[in-house]
Design a protein. Structure first.
Length: 220
């Protein structure tokens, strides 16, 4: 069992780093499940994303560093926002919604960029306040935190029916995979993020035939 754990997470079982990598991997698995469900406009996908925030950022924050709640709580709220936003669409079956597509406007793009910046800064936590993140050799941390933030903001775009959110998620996940691949990654974490790319591309094509939203308000 110890050998299997090390093979999957590149860490020894029982260590703090091993536990954190395992939790991040579980969180990513739940996000992948969320993507496949949301590709079919299924409300349960948002519950999977909410569980993803609990399994990863929130548990790690409460167990190791409460400062990470600055990142974990917004990550949780994005899932809650998606659940609320989908509730504005009519049902099409038991859990499926009649989602309509909306364009990416200048305003939503600016809000998305601000959200990425805020989530990245929150994830850095003490590394930002102490200035460590600006020291040489931290480029991998920058890339991983920014791409994780883009994935979360992409969920918010998807919640609003913006199909382009699937492409931004796929691109960010692909960059994250490339970053992991060049830094002796945990096999499980790398594999899950590869599936994240696949799930995001699948979601993009699954939404191609959705009707375009008109100017009439959606009725819950």
């Amino acid at each position: 069992m110890e050998e299997l754990f090390f093979s999957l997470f590149s860490q020894s079982p029982g260590t703090d780093s091993g536990t954190q990598v395992a939790l991040y991997s579980l969180s990513a698995v739940l996000s992948v499940i969320a993507c496949f469900m949301l590709a079919h406009r299924n409300d349960l996908g948002w519950w999977a994303q909410i569980l993803s925030a609990f399994a990863g950022p929130l548990v790690i924050a409460m167990q190791y560093d409460m400062m990470l709640l600055l990142y974990g709580i917004p990550a949780l709220l994005i899932g809650v926002f998606g659940l609320w936003r989908f509730s504005r669409f009519e049902f099409q079956g038991k859990f499926t919604r009649k989602v309509t597509r909306a364009p990416l406007t200048v305003g939503s793009a600016v809000l998305a960029l601000l959200g990425v910046a805020a989530l990245t800064a929150a994830h850095m936590g003490e590394m930002l306040s102490t200035g460590f993140i600006f020291t040489p050799g931290t480029s991998t941390i920058w890339i991983s935190f920014i791409t994780e933030a883009v994935v979360l903001i992409s969920f918010a775009l998807i919640a609003c029916g913006i199909r382009l959110g699937w492409l931004t998620m796929a691109a960010a996940a692909a960059v994250y995979v490339a970053t992991l691949f060049n830094n002796n990654p945990a096999f499980a974490l790398l594999g899950v993020w590869v599936f994240m790319v696949i799930a995001a591309v699948y979601g993009f094509f699954s939404w191609r035939n959705l009707p375009i939203r008109d100017e009439q308000p959606q009725v819950a």
